[in-house]
Write a protein that binds this ligand. Structure first.
Ligand code: PEP
Ligand code: MG
Length: 865
């Protein structure tokens, strides 16, 4: 061996140069091919050019000097292995060139098949195979793919030429075209490339190969690849490997086929070989959705031996990798070849079921099972379904490609979907079939509907990965592209028309539907039970109604971390009493209004405390900006004036005087509690009475009282004193002994800075990271939506800080407040109740800060657990 670095890794014969462990270098596909080779599974011979060369190439647009020599040697080895010669007129070796990064990026990168064909070698292939149709079909595909991927000609231009030919010949499938027509098509393709391509179509196979390798490297930088990486947090520095593999032909006749298989059902998790295939076809046909494939079980009838072998391979690979495998295979004249193995993307439902089954089968441990479920996957299990009694007009049915239901308005173009989605509109992307170029539109859509394609079509795979509902292959939907409408069974659906897509059943309905969230099944509970054993953080729910409290408890919440009390005040019957408290100058009017509110609040709290019996409930005293309470309409003013027995103009003047320029930073939270203390007094009394009343009935109510928006120690000192006094008064009046901790939110940056002082007067801190983010960045929560998407897209911010905690900035305040608070008071309880409490990345950060619990909305509780 020389010291020359190895730039090419051979597989498919003897022992491969690589192994599964070399994924970073060889990419998932290359590493999988090497591992399959080493397991003795039939893989066509080939070689991998590693991913580190991709990044080097993209920097210099040059290949390393020794690569050419090593590629030539590898090609010679391929020639020996196959008995064919690359570029030979007589018996040509053809190869496929595919990308493959370390992390799976389905459909994101480009593939070229049948490379090595030209006007001469195609004749050799025709003679050798005795099948000119097959040879010309292969050539046609190659020129088309190469023309699109390497020479940059729009894919639709080729499709248009094909459609013309099909129409002229009166046939519907490309494989039914006579050979002479295919020849003419190839000539037409080559003319198209010559006139519109960014580079000419090369005749020499060696030039074809280098063009293809460069194109694979370049595709790392395409918009769709970057979008995908951004969504999935895949680093740009990874690069993609290139796999060059001897072609095997699934399109060599009726004894040949190609398909995809999963070692278990990726949609439901059932333990069965699952997938689809096409006879006499190449891989593209299955994934592109151009022809609708057959379910894999049917392969058992048409090619029983190959099917049996495939089952065996799937079992071997699943046991070896101890995970569900997603396989690509080709049968060439009855012989099975494996082209790819990788970890399957599963729906949340399948992931949970399979994790439990694999624990039962002794394949993985409980801890591994928990670690395997991406938290976001659980979201899918909790996705809405159609309300059972929803009365909807069924339009048509397609394949149930990704579960869950959604309603939205139809859009027929990815850019449009993105633009409307950004404006907050619920849209459903309707396409004939999707391609990676539609990715940004799929991200923006609530659901995806395609007229063509199978369960493994691009639309299906990508939607499942994103946990979005998708119905694919809805044949009765006819979409003309480009366009702004479609026809379904003779009915026209235009942009803006509402429709409902149920990805669990494959049904498409007209109009908008009521949705419900499903019950959580036993596997899910089992898995969460294991998760509970392995976690340190407690999980609470943000709930301000008994119904939400029950739901949170059912999902496993261990208390309420934030009970917002204002919703009760906004109810139609009560809002005017609240307005009186705020607007009146008369103590009598105020007392009367508060007296009306007290029993209501108390009843509300009783319901919530009872639902959470035995578990803590953190009740936050009134918080929202003042303007939300002020009357705005004539009718409200008139009603209020009548109740208060004063002139409407006086009420209007008073309301106007209280109006603020910036209510979010205005007379809000504890500031209002200090200037109109009777409101908090009433709330504290209601809490204490509710708790004492329940206690007397033997129900273990555990309220905690939380003061919002504190920024200075004196606010806390005064409010704590006043709160304690009310609690004590009510307790002694009712003769009930109960411990009610009093704490503060940390949501103003200054509170974090003086956390040590605050800790002297607070029994607990709860981080209000919504406001803390707003005030730390200085971005208004209500207006940031106008520029944050641009900020994220252009890379100014790596993500939306209202969704995921900005650990670098806001996180410093959390860390500091936690540690300063605990230094002063070791038993200080710490929690977080902002929206970040249900976001997986943020939760890890909170755990690292030593917080005791996170609190989030009910449906996110399982994710947090
Ligand atoms: C917060 O600010 O994080 C919080 C929980 O309070 P709200 O969202 O009600 O302002
Ligand atoms: Mg807040």
């Amino acid at each position: 061996m020389s010291d020359t670095p190895q730039l090419v890794y051979f597989f498919g014969q003897g022992r491969a140069d690589g192994t599964a462990a070399m994924k970073d270098l060889l990419g998932g596909k290359g590493a999988g091919l090497a591992e399959m080779t080493n397991l003795g599974i039939p893989v066509p011979p080939g070689f991998t050019i590693p991913a580190n060369l991709c990044i080097a190439y993209l920097e210099s647009r040059q290949f390393p000097p020794r690569l050419a020599g090593q590629v030539e040697q590898a090609l010679q080895r391929l020639e020996t292995a196959t008995g064919r010669i690359f570029g030979a007129a007589d018996n040509p070796l053809l190869v496929s060139v595919r990308s493959g990064a370390a992390l799976s990026m389905p459909g994101m990168m480009n593939t070229i098949l049948n490379l090595g064909l030209n006007d001469t070698t195609v004749e050799g292939l025709a003679r050798r195979s005795g099948n000119p149709s097959f040879a010309w079909d292969s050539y046609r595909r190659f020129v088309q793919m190469y023309g699109h991927v390497v020479c940059g000609v729009d894919g639709d231009a080729f499709e248009a030429l094909i459609q013309d030919r099909l129409a002229a010949c009166g046939v519907s499938r490309d494989i039914d075209l006579p050979v002479d027509e295919v020849r003419a098509l190839v000539a037409g393709f080559r003319e198209l490339i010559a006139s519109r391509g960014t580079s000419p179509f090369p005749d020499r196979p060696m030039d074809q190969l280098w063009g293809a390798i460069a194109a694979v490297f370049e595709s790392w930088h395409t918009r769709r690849a970057r979008d995908y990486r951004e969504l999935h947090g895949i680093p740009d520095t990874l690069g993609t490997a290139v796999n060059v593999m001897a072609m095997v032909f699934g399109n060599s006749g009726e004894d040949s086929a190609t398909g995809v298989a999963f070692s278990r059902n990726p949609s439901t998790g059932t333990s069965e070989l699952y997938g689809e295939f096409l006879v006499n076809a190449q891989g593209e046909d299955v994934v592109s959705g151009a022809r609708t494939p057959q379910p894999l079980a049917a392969l058992g009838q048409v090619m029983p031996e190959a099917y049996r072998q495939l089952e065996q391979v799937a079992r071997t690979l699943e046991r070896h990798f101890r995970d569900v495998q997603d396989l690509e295979f080709t049968v060439e004249r009855g012989r099975l070849y494996m082209l790819q193995t990788r970890r399957a993307q599963l729906t949340g439902q399948a992931a949970v079921r399979i994790a439990c089954d694999m624990v039962d089968e002794g394949l993985i441990s409980e801890e591994e099972a928990v670690a395997r479920i991406p938290p976001d996957d659980l979201n899918q299990l909790l996705h809405p379904t159609l309300a059972p009694d929803a009365e909807l007009e069924l339009l048509t049915t397609g394949l149930p490609a990704s579960p869950g239901a959604a309603s939205g308005t139809a859009v027929f173009d990815a850019d449009r979907a993105e633009a409307l989605g950004r404006q907050g509109e619920a849209v459903i992307l309707v396409r004939r079939e999707t391609s990676p170029d539609d990715f940004h539109g799929m991200v923006a859509a609530r659901a995806i509907l395609t007229a063509r394609g199978g369960m493994t079509s691009h639309a299906a795979v990508v939607a499942r990965g994103m946990g979005k509902p998708c119905v694919a292959g809805a044949q009765e939907v006819s979409v003309t592209e480009p366009g702004d409408a479609c026809q379904v069974n003779g009915r026209r659906l235009a942009e803006g028309d509402w429709l409902t897509v149920d990805g669990t059943t494959g049904r498409i309905y007209a109009g908008r539907a009521e949705l419900v969230t499903p019950e959580v099944g036993p596997d899910f509970q089992r898995l969460l039970g294991w998760a509970d054993r392995f976690r340190n953080l407690r999980v609470r729910v943000n709930a301000d109604t008994p119904a939400d409290a029950h739901r949170g408890r059912d999902f496993g919440a261990e208390g309420i971390g934030l009970c917002r009390t204002e919703h009760m005040f906004f109810e139609e019957d009560w809002i005017s009493w609240v307005r009186q408290v705020i607007l009146t100058d008369s103590q009598k009017t105020r007392d009367q209004a508060l007296a009306r509110l007290l029993p209501e609040q108390r009843a509300d709290f009783e319901g919530i405390f009872e639902a959470m019996a035995g578990l803590p409930v953190t009740v936050r005293l009134l918080d929202p900006p003042l303007h939300e309470f002020l009357p705005k309409e004539e009718k409200q003013l008139a009603q209020l004036a009548e109740q208060m027995e004063i002139d409407p103009a006086t009420v209007a003047d008073k309301a106007e005087a209280l109006a603020e320029f910036n209510p979010m930073l205005g007379h809000r939270g504890c500031r209002l509690g200090l200037t109109t203390p009777e409101i908090y007094d009433m709330q504290v009394e209601a809490i204490t009475r509710a708790a004492c009343g329940l206690k007397a009935r033997g129900i273990d109510a555990r309220p905690e009282i939380m003061v919002p928006l504190v920024g200075s120690v004196n606010e806390m000192i005064r409010l704590r004193e006043r709160t304690s006094a009310v609690v004590e008064r009510v307790k002694s009046e009712l003769g009930v002994e109960i411990e009610i901790p009093i704490g503060t939110m940390i949501e103003v940056p200054r509170a974090a800075l003086v956390a040590d002082k605050l800790a002297e007067h607070a029994d607990f801190f709860s981080f209000g990271t919504n406001d803390l983010t707003q005030m730390t960045f200085g971005y208004s929560r209500d207006d940031a939506g106008r520029f944050l998407p641009d900020y994220v897209e252009s890379g100014i911010l790596p993500f939306d800080p209202f969704e995921r905690l900005d650990a670098e900035g806001v996180g410093q305040l959390v860390e500091m407040a936690a540690s300063r608070g605990r230094q002063r008071r070791r038993d200080l309880k710490l929690g977080i109740c902002g929206e970040h409490g249900g976001e997986p990345n943020s939760i890890s950060f909170f755990e690292s800060c030593g917080l005791d619990y996170v609190s989030c909305s009910p449906y996110r509780v399982p994710v947090a657990r």
